[in-house]
Design a protein around this ligand. Structure first.
Ligand SMILES: Cc1cc2nc3c(=O)[nH]c(=O)nc-3n(C[C@H](O)[C@H](O)[C@H](O)COP(=O)(O)OP(=O)(O)OC[C@H]3O[C@@H](n4cnc5c(N)ncnc54)[C@H](O)[C@@H]3O)c2cc1C
Length: 281
């Protein structure tokens, strides 16, 4: 299908992009991997597209005072391939490597993925487990939100009209923490039927730090604090995994019923926790 008519602008600076965005019914374009198909299906019909592709300073991965800052326009492939992330935040590089196919990873961006807030997207599980933050800028102001605050609901975020997601901030990983991302792939789309990211540290074999993020199961990705609590209290992976879907209103579609998804969430949580524990120092 052909999208509705729209105006196109390719600003050369962030200031110019923000000025254009504050004017009328406009939407920013990043990798176009989600927005363009939505426009072709007429599920989105922005009057104006503001292409961020020529805005300098919006991509790149840098380390600063215990954190790693990832520009919104950094592609999935750059994240997957980043020596810095592989060494200092391997969970995120692992999540990126799980996204779609090579073409999607070459074009799609972390900012676009996070702003799109697809409930089956890969990054949110890892970003929640990492307690990541996002930095939003608008004409004259900026704010930083935790990913939990940012993800509001299915394809709905806390982003306000006129705001651009500028960067995603993750911590430099403690080398003692074991990390793992397990994804049950929907074979047609490549998205997650369920995806579970885990970070675990242990002392004398007992878990002393646990963070778990889950995607694909519910209307939005969530931090599985029940799983974290049970693993810390019992050290028992199966008991911890058993509570991952407690109280969750699970998604159901042609490929996976809610009950099947809940069951697979337990299986994939157990796998992610086991692998993360094995990798913990
Ligand atoms: C065939 C296929 C398979 C895929 N498989 C997977 C998969 O397995 N896992 C997965 O997680 N994803 C998958 N995706 C989605 C992919 O990761 C997209 O790249 C991502 O969802 C959107 O990123 P984008 O840069 O392409 O954003 P765009 O499509 O350009 O934009 C998406 C939305 O975000 C907004 N936006 C973009 N950047 C910003 C910004 N900086 N600030 C504010 N708003 C912004 C846009 O206005 C738009 O509403 C797949 C996509 C395709 C086409």
């Amino acid at each position: 299908m052909i999208p509705q008519n729209f105006e196109y602008a390719a600003p050369g600076s962030l200031k110019e992009a923000l000025a254009l965005l504050s004017n009328g019914e406009a939407r920013v374009l990043a990798g176009g991997m989600s927005l363009i198909p939505m426009m072709k299906l007429r599920l989105a019909a922005p009057e104006k597209l503001i292409d961020l592709g020529r805005v300098p300073g919006l991509s790149g991965i840098t380390e600063e005072a215990g954190s790693i800052r990832i520009g919104a326009m950094t592609t999935h492939h750059e994240i997957e391939d980043s020596a810095l992330l592989r060494a200092k935040c391997p969970l995120l590089a692992e999540a990126a490597a799980n996204i779609g196919d090579v073409q999607v990873r070459n074009m799609g961006t972390i900012g676009g993925s996070v702003a799109h807030a697809d409930p089956a997207a890969d990054y949110p599980a890892s970003l929640l487990a990492l307690e990541a933050k996002v930095r939003l800028v608008s004409n004259g102001s900026e704010r930083t939100l935790s990913l939990e605050e940012f993800l509001v609901d299915t394809m709905t975020t806390a982003i306000e009209p006129g705001e651009i997601l500028q960067e995603v901030i993750v911590p430099v990983e403690n080398p003692a923490v074991g990390v793992n991302y397990q994804k049950m792939v929907q074979p047609a789309s490549g998205f997650a039927i369920v995806g579970v990211a885990a970070r675990v540290a242990k002392t004398n074999g007992k878990p002393v730090f646990v963070r778990v993020g889950v995607t694909g199961l519910a209307g939005k990705a969530y931090r599985a604090s029940g799983v974290e609590k049970v693993l810390l209290e019992t050290g028992d992976v199966m008991k911890a995994a058993a509570v991952v879907a407690n109280g969750v209103d699970a998604n159901s579609d042609l490929f996976a019923s809610a009950d099947y998804r809940k069951h697979m969430a337990q299986v994939y949580t157990a796998r992610a926790l086991t692998q993360a524990l094995a990798g913990a120092a």
